[in-house]
Design a protein around this ligand. Structure first.
Ligand SMILES: Cc1cc2nc3c(=O)[nH]c(=O)nc-3n(C[C@H](O)[C@H](O)[C@H](O)COP(=O)(O)OP(=O)(O)OC[C@H]3O[C@@H](n4cnc5c(N)ncnc54)[C@H](O)[C@@H]3O)c2cc1C
Length: 480
């Protein structure tokens, strides 16, 4: 009997992880392994994972680290035989720009949310109002009745007031998602916060003593265990290596080929046909590891729950990386970078574009050089695309001026690089979980599995987990 055929659409890390699982994972293929074909629209694998050479180093242009406490990425790296390439983050902590100065963020924050009034007191740049709001949360917590879901912003504003919400917490939570906490779902993005709000009483106390572990809350880690890992060859190399090993085990990889339509063939020997401009591939099962709007476009006509995926908005971002001679720059003494609250005014035009700065060579020892430092500025949010109308030169100059205001000293850069990410960071709005459950159910009923950062978390580990889960569901559905 012919082997069943599975087509994976999308060659980001989710689709690659799905193909890895479908082709036998660590064990490799056997007689029951389906024929696997992965089709990727762009001319390279990896999606939001990409490396380049900059100032004599290999740097990541997209994700540059992944959470160590989640097992999916480290497990995959180990299965590929690359565990000796795992690179632990070298330092922790960061600073925040408040009222014209930099302040080190203290320990005792859970995704940016303080866990006591004492923690708030230790951030000197906050006003007495913020300190009072924190004390009030401990002594006379605001009443807040939480339904099935609420926005992160609504919970924080009600319980901790506007200053802590938008100046201290938003830069961290909103920054990770490149979105707005007033729109982001607590249930999908920060379930520990929803749980803490549901418990009533002090939000900070409840967060300090979580009722149960969850995926968005940093669990206490063992004394010397790192919070984040990268790879000594850059995280983008994970996609390249997966591609190499997938080909070696017989997976068909097609890049530079866009899937244009998915057609049911009820009378044919295969239930699906996958169309590209020049080809049609028959398939028993599909794994769709494409952005939500593409999945909606390809399958929306089959079910309203799949069409609804079109409403998942995505944020784009620009990354501006600089190499600066050590003699030309002074960084804050400690930490991996700087957070900048939204709407921060400065001496230049409008509010600042920069939302965060990452000191790349402080984080990753492989990037340290004697003569220069490399740092990257993050620009853009779901509702701030001012960067898109600036040329590379204009954007570089603007960001450099902002860095000169934000950092103790930022002189002339010896090299710079602008990388623009088109919208690809999905925003999980209130009610996202219900949309995802309905879409997955609708997909399963037509022998399709959904994978990708639109469903179960935007981080690299979550994306890998979603790809592998979709593949396991697919393999199970092929069993007689
Ligand atoms: C700038 C940036 C920084 C980030 N930093 C971090 C970080 O530090 N840590 C972390 O954990 N996460 C980070 N993330 C998030 C994480 O990298 C992504 O969420 C994850 O890589 C998404 O993988 P994916 O495969 O689900 O989606 P994608 O990488 O978006 O892949 C989807 C793929 O589908 C392809 N495709 C689309 N349409 C079609 C079609 N019709 N036919 C065929 N193929 C198609 C696309 O070309 C793309 O390659 C970051 C993301 C960005 C953008």
């Amino acid at each position: 009997m012919a082997r069943p055929s599975v087509v994976v659409v999308g060659g980001g890390i989710s689709g690659l992880a799905a193909a890895w699982e479908l082709s036998g994972a660590a064990r490799g293929p056997n007689d029951e392994t389906p024929r696997v074909e992965l089709i990727e629209a762009s001319d390279r694998l990896g999606g939001a994972l990409a490396t380049t050479t900059f100032a004599g180093r290999t740097i990541d242009l997209g994700a540059d680290g992944f959470l160590a406490r989640r097992p999916e990425a480290t497990a995959l790296v180990t299965e590929l035989g690359w565990s000796d390439r795992l690179e632990a983050i070298a330092v922790s902590g960061s600073s925040i720009w408040l009222r014209g100065s930099l302040y080190e963020l203290p320990a005792g924050l859970v995704l940016g949310v303080p866990t006591s009034a004492a923690v708030v007191r230790s951030v000197k740049g906050l006003s007495w109002r913020a300190r009072l709001a924190a004390r009030r949360d401990e002594l006379f917590p605001a009443a807040f009745s939480v339904g099935d879901d609420a926005s992160i912003g609504e919970i924080l504003r009600t319980k901790l007031g506007p200053e802590l919400t938008y100046q201290l917490i938003e830069p961290m939570v909103g920054g990770i998602q490149a979105g707005r906490i007033d729109e982001l779902s607590a249930k999908s993005v920060f379930p520990a916060l929803l749980d803490a709000a549901r418990r009533g009483g002090s939000l900070m106390r409840a967060l300090a003593t979580p009722a149960g572990g969850d995926s968005a809350t940093p669990a206490p880690t063992a004394a010397n265990s790192p919070m984040f890992y990268s790879l000594t060859s850059g995280i983008g190399s994970l996609a390249e290596e997966l591609g190499r090993q997938l080909v070696a085990r017989g997976v068909v990889l097609r890049t530079g080929v866009e899937v244009t339509a998915l057609r049911r063939t009820p009378s044919g020997s295969y239930p699906w046909e996958v169309d590209t401009a020049n080809t049609t591939t028959p398939a028993d099962r599909l794994v769709l590891a494409t952005p939500a709007h593409v999945t909606s476009h390809l399958l929306g006509h089959r079910d309203p729950a799949l069409a609804a995926l079109d409403s998942v908005k995505s944020a784009g971002a620009a990354m501006v990386t600089f190499s600066v001679a050590r003699s030309e720059i002074t960084l804050p003494e400690h930490g991996t970078g700087v957070l900048v609250p939204l709407g921060t005014v400065w001496s230049g035009d409008g509010s600042m574009l920069v939302t965060a700065i990452t000191f790349l060579d402080r984080k990753w020892p492989r990037l340290v050089r004697e003569d220069d430092v490399v740092l990257r500025a993050h620009v853009g949010r779901s509702d701030d695309v001012r960067w898109a109308s600036l040329s590379d030169e204009e954007l570089t100059n603007r960001v450099a001026s902002e860095l000169a205001a934000l950092l103790p000293r930022f002189g002339a850069a010896s090299e710079s690089l602008v990388h623009r990410w088109q919208p690809g960071l999905p925003q999980y709005y209130v009610g996202h979980d219900r949309m995802v459950v309905a879409a997955k159910l609708a997909a399963t009923s037509i022998r399709v599995a959904l994978a990708g950062n639109a469903y179960d978390g935007v981080g690299v580990p979550a994306s890998i987990g979603s790809g592998r889960r979709a593949a396991r569901e697919t393999l199970n559905s092929l069993k007689p």
